[in-house]
Design a protein around this ligand. Structure first.
Ligand code: SF4
Ligand code: SF4
Length: 110
């Protein structure tokens, strides 16, 4: 019979394996995205759900959000938000591309 201590150790080992694998995947993904001084991030407005993930990861304060009117038959809200890149401040680091859950951000030539 498995003891709780054995189970805890197995879970810890599994967590390390998953973390390592995700970090490797992120590294590979990041390497495949164009970036650097010659690139700048771009947000496709219709794909942006205003979740704020990109503003959290951007160390260069190069993303701001703005309100857009919204009409929904399901929920009572007057506006949603969308993200916008401040081109002059964007360093092309690509972090926002990796953070965006809807793939709304891509890197384009500066
Ligand atoms: S590429 Fe980097 S610096 Fe530019 S907006 Fe995205 S996270 Fe900010
Ligand atoms: S992470 Fe993507 S979906 Fe979320 S606010 Fe930024 S651009 Fe929009």
């Amino acid at each position: 019979m498995t003891t709780s201590e054995e189970l805890r150790k197995r879970r810890e080992k599994e967590a390390v394996r998953i973390r390592t694998s995700l970090n490797r995947l992120r590294g590979e993904q990041r390497a495949s995205i164009k970036g650097g001084e010659s690139a700048v991030a771009f947000v496709e407005e219709r794909s942006c759900i205003g979740c704020d993930q990109c503003t959290i990861v951007c160390d260069d304060m190069a993303i701001e959000v703005y309100k857009v009117p919204m009409a929904s038959p399901l929920i009572k809200v007057e506006s949603n938000q969308k993200a916008k890149i401040l081109r002059a401040d964007c360093t092309g680091c690509r972090l926002c591309v990796l953070a965006c859950p809807t793939d709304a951000i891509s890197m384009i030539d500066r």
